[in-house]
Design a protein around this ligand. Structure first.
Ligand code: SF4
Length: 252
């Protein structure tokens, strides 16, 4: 039987009455990507991707110069259920810690993360996904700036959040408990995604944001198809609209 893959980066939180994701972790989106693909990257997405690569290079050079023990770009794969697997790409494992690297590319993110010392919960969820796959209890979410964002900013600034999973499954971020994220919900989300992929079912619920006010449906390219499906539950129409859209804009 052919393997079906879910990406580790498409993580989210799920338990009855508590379904919170970004659009990447939406259970409908995961199925659409697996069956049909997604639109080719636009200019902004390509720019974000390139900046991410640049950040990875800056960090890799720094660790090398410091003689740190580091494995870069670690590919992982884990069986979930039946013929469904989760696969992903860990940015680095640095002296036993799983590292999730993120670049800061906007004034708002700069204010929140670099000045405010706050992290994005969706980034912690993604890091925890990889920590669980590799069975590591220690990880670091590492933000790097790549441009000037006003006063007191310079390229290459960093802010790190050290994440630890305790023996009773509590999540500790920089020695403070993160009570808004539960490991079990990341695992339930993974299971639910695997079931949608296996049975090819369009998930009925619409998601809530991991963090307010960024509603996943607001900026999602599938929104018109999803609104229509919610009104008639016509799977054929849904799939034909998705494929028509992808034929029009090009897919990857
Ligand atoms: S519009 Fe909303 S429900 Fe539909 S795929 Fe996007 S995020 Fe998911």
């Amino acid at each position: 039987m052919n393997k079906i893959y879910m990406r580790g980066g498409n993580s989210g939180l799920y338990s009855p009455g508590n379904y919170r994701v970004t659009s990447n972790g939406c259970l409908r989106m995961i199925l659409v990507r697996s069956k049909c693909g997604q639109p080719v990257a636009n200019h902004r997405e390509r720019f974000t991707f390139d900046i991410g690569i640049l950040c990875e290079k800056i960090l890799a050079d720094k660790w090398k110069a410091e003689n740190k023990q580091v494995e870069l770009d670690v590919e992982v794969e884990e069986h979930i259920i039946d013929n469904v697997y989760i696969m992903g790409h860990i940015d680095a494992i640095l002296e036993g810690r799983i590292i999730e690297e993120k670049s800061v590319q906007s004034v708002n993110s700069f204010k929140k993360i670099m000045k405010g010392g706050l992290y994005k919960k969706e980034n912690i969820v993604q890091l925890l996904q990889y920590m669980m796959i590799k069975e590591h209890t220690e990880g670091t979410l590492l933000y790097t700036t790549v441009g000037y964002f006003g006063e007191k900013s310079e390229p290459g600034q960093q802010r790190e959040f050290k994440v630890r999973i305790t023996e009773d499954d509590k999540i500790i971020v920089n020695e403070q408990e993160e009570s808004g994220i539960r490991l079990i919900d990341i695992l339930y989300h993974r299971q639910q995604a695997a079931e949608c992929l296996m049975k090819k079912i369009i998930f009925t619920e619409r998601p809530e944001p991991i963090e307010m006010p960024w509603y996943p449906c607001d900026s999602c390219w599938l929104r018109p198809m999803c609104d229509n499906w919610d009104s008639n539950h016509d799977d054929n129409e849904f799939w034909s609209s998705v494929n028509n859209h992808l034929d029009k804009v090009g897919k990857r």
